[in-house]
Each structure stands twice: as C-alpha cells, then as structure tokens.
Design a protein around this ligand. Structure first.
Ligand code: PLP
Length: 461
C-alpha cells in the first residue's frame, strides 16, 4: 500500500473506531487524525514524511527527547527477564524498588514513600484516597473538604476532574462535588489586582484563609496546587506565592499537595519545581517526565508523617488501595534509564535551553498580537490579544485553538494552542540552540501569518 493510501485508510479507521481524549467527537470526525510515524530527538515525522519540531514534547512529557536506544534496551531487557510482577501479596521486583529509592533520594525533605500509578490522573485520585484515609486514621473523618485553584488541572478521573477547575472537564459530567472548593488563580497577566507580586500573594493567602474559615477549620483535608498551572494556560505564580501557600497550610493544619505532573523532571530546571521555592509538600504527584512518556507511569510521593499516620491507622489491616499495574517493572526500568539520561546531561541542557527559550520568546513581545510572555525553564506561554492595552483575547468564533495549531503545523512546529489564544511550549529538554531558535522563529512566522488573516485584521485595534 502506498503511503498516502495507508494514511487515508488509517484516518478512516480512526474516524470510525478511536475515541480521542479531550476532543470534540464531531470536530475530530470532520478534521480527521494526523498520524505520527516516528521521532528522533526533538523532531517528529508524520505519516506523509513531514518533519516537525515538537515544541510540546508530545503532551509535555517526552522530556528526554525521542529515540533513546538505551531506553528501548532497558524496556526490552526487562520484558525479556520479567515483564510483569505484582506488588500485591508482599511481592515485588527490582526496578520499582530501586526507582522508589531514587525518587525518595531526590524528592524534597521527608518525601520518602512512593506509590506508583499509571499516570497523573490516577496519581491525583490516589492522593484523594490517601488524604481521606490519613484523616480517618487521625480520628478526624469530618475533614473531607478539598480546596484547589481556579484554572488548575488535576487530571480527568471523576474525583480529580472535580479538583480540576476548567469548565470543559465539568460540563455534562456532574462535577465538581460539593466537597471540592476553589480559590482564585494568581494569573498575573489578568489579575484584577494588577501584577504587583506581593499584592497577589497577600490576596491569595487571605482568600485561602477565608475559604478555610468559611468551610470550617476542622473540615478541610487538603489544598492542591500546581507549582505552575499548566493546562490553565501556563500561569506562573509570582516568586514567593507557592511558599506562602505552603506556610499557610502548615499554619492551618491542612495537607499541602503539590501536583508536579507537568513541572516534575526538569521542566522548570530542578527535578521537582517544589525546589524552586524550597518547599516540602505533604504529598507530591508526578508522571509524564518520569518515564519521558516512553511507557505509562505516575507516582504519589508521600512524606514520612503521612505514611506513618496511614500505617499506624491501618495496623495489621490492608490499606485497600491498589492497581494491577502499580510499580510495573517495565515502566520502572524505563524510568530508571530515563533518570540516568537526565542526570547524565539532559537536565543540564534543559536549564541552558530554557534560558534561551525564555529569552527568545521575550523578543516576540514587540509583535502586535503578543500580550504576554511568561514561563520558567522549558515551560512557557505566549498569550495573544487583539488589543494590548485592553488585553482583549482572540475572539472565540475564530476558533483560535485549531486555527493556530494548524498554522504552526504548516510551519513545521508542534505547539499547544489553548482555546483562548495562548501558545504553550514545553520542548524536550534535549533541544539544541538551533532548535530553540527555530521554535521562536517559526512562532513569529505563525504570528505574522495570523496578523495577515483578514478575520484577525477586522478585530485588531
Ligand atoms: N495533573 C496535572 C498537573 C497535569 O498536567 C495532568 C496532565 O496533564 C494530570 C494531572 C493528569 O495526568 P495524566 O494525563 O497522565 O492522567
């Protein structure tokens, strides 16, 4: 079969049978799938042979880059030797034990106990169960109220989607539940208080304090936060915000959960972004970069005191939470090899490339469509507006998400294109200087083409 025929038949099969995550089913049927065939480094190749720079590392996960033979070898070797071992019945296998120890060694403070999941959503969901169990074990079962942050994303399970604060994950699903509360996001660019960092920190602290008081001081179980809000549009809090929220949770006696599914594994520089402000969460979730996306895996890392309270509370009883594929040996073998690559130079490269990326994106500020540039390390966003003074978002009827994504694709660039007209960047940490410069240059091209779009001209001030 020729390449084009093969692609056509795949598009048709996909249309008929494959349900895509977070997609308009009808919109996807109309647009059809774009099939990727192979990848190397930071470049992906589609089924027609078109090469694109992956400025989003798949779904902010392929932090090490594509095509590392040593990772393939680690997976193959583990599959040959022992493709599966359960963690139930006191059984185990070597890779997840070594990986748990390696993560405990590198995680902040006393985060020393690792429960492995299959990805980020079930890691978040697991924390909800562990947090509830923790308070039951302490004899405070009424602490069953959870607080998270507007614009936050904490996955797509039924319980996690209610902590998530993006309407698309709520509408039609009957969440959030009454026990899931939110406080405002820091969203500096659009914060009604302006962009004075201390004013924003003070306001968030006051809001969380007031929220806890309103719910009842002895009712709140935990506060969830992403060190940088990812799916909400790459919203970077002012320096000191995370630390202020952590300190307040300590003062109020509620658990602090850092959701590092995106920010983990070098995305902002250090292995965990919690280190950026020297905080130690009570529980930390991670996934994505843990295996660099080569195979599925996530983790909950819990502090000594959370673990101890649960252990003591359960006594000889089993803590009834488990997945068949928790601590999967092949995923763990991959994660160990990926960690070796990260620490063998990729983290370091990511720090260098991140500075170049931020400096490059900053040069786009002069463009008539660019309202804001923000980010940290290899996690960044460019927010488009039609009026810089009024910060007017691109009109929804222009369907900026698909239109701008398509335009970037035409320029050989894969980026995240958020619904409200925000470009998201999370390139593999292995990017060369030339690749970073290309990401910036191609973005400018997309901006110029968009500026020439007659529909855009009509709404531009
Ligand atoms: N938490 C955060 C902060 C995320 O960004 C994501 C995914 O993007 C998740 C949880 C869910 O992870 P997954 O898609 O692996 O289930």
């Amino acid at each position: 079969m020729g390449r084009e025929m093969l692609t056509n038949s795949l598009v048709e099969l996909d249309r008929q049978h494959l349900v895509h995550p977070v997609s308009s089913f009808r919109g996807h049927e109309a647009r059809g799938v774009r099939v990727l065939r192979s990848a190397k480094g930071a470049t992906v190749t589609d089924s027609e042979g078109r090469e694109l720079l992956d400025g989003f590392a798949g779904l902010w996960c392929v932090n090490a880059g594509y095509g590392h033979e040593s990772v393939v070898e680690a997976a193959a070797e583990q599959m040959r030797r022992l493709p599966y071992a359960t963690g139930y019945f006191d059984l185990g296998s070597e890779p997840p034990i070594r990986l748990a120890a390696a993560l405990a060694d590198r995680a902040p403070g006393n985060l020393n106990h690792v429960y492995f999941t299959l990805g980020g959503s079930d890691a978040v969901d697991s924390t909800i169960r562990f947090v509830r169990y923790y308070w039951h074990a302490l004899g405070q079962p009424d602490r069953d109220q959870f607080i998270s942050v507007e614009q936050g994303y904490h996955g797509s399970t039924t319980m996690g989607a209610g902590l998530t604060a993006l309407p698309g994950f709520h509408d039609g699903f009957g969440v959030p539940y009454a026990w899931q509360h939110k406080i405002s996001s820091h969203y500096l660019y659009r914060n009604p208080l302006g962009d004075d960092p201390q004013a924003v920190i003070d306001a968030s602290v006051a809001e969380l304090r007031a929220k806890v008081a309103a719910i009842g001081e002895d009712r709140v179980a935990a506060f969830y936060v992403e060190p940088i809000q990812g799916s909400g549009g790459v919203l970077v809090p002012p320096a000191g915000w995370i630390k202020a929220m952590r300190d307040l949770c300590t003062e109020l006696g509620i658990l602090f959960v850092a959701d590092e599914v995106i920010t983990g594994f070098g995305r902002t520089g250090p292995i965990f972004a919690s280190a950026d402000e020297g905080i130690v969460p009570d529980l930390l979730t991670c996934a994505k970069g843990l295996t660099s996306g080569y195979v599925p895996m996530g983790a909950v890392i819990m502090s000594d005191h959370v673990y101890e309270v649960i252990a003591e509370g359960a006594g000889a009883k089993a803590v009834g939470h488990g997945f068949t594929y928790s601590a999967h040996p092949v995923s763990a073998a991959v994660a160990l090899e990926v960690l070796a690559l990260y620490e063998g130079g990729i983290f370091e490269n990511g720090i260098r490339a991140g500075k170049r990326l931020m400096a490059g994106l900053e040069t786009l500020r002069d463009h008539p469509l660019v309202g804001d540039v923000r980010g940290r390390g290899m996690l960044a966003a460019v927010e488009l507006v039609t009026d810089k003074t009024l910060k007017t978002p691109l009109p929804a009827e222009m369907q900026p998400a698909t239109r701008l994504f398509d335009r970037a694709w035409e320029q050989g660039l894969v980026i995240r294109s958020f619904a409200q007209g925000i470009f998201g960047y999370a390139p593999p940490l292995c990017c060369t200087d030339e690749e970073i410069d290309e990401i910036v240059a191609r973005t400018r091209k997309v901006l110029d083409i968009t500026l020439d779009d007659p529909e855009m001209r009509a709404v531009l001030r």
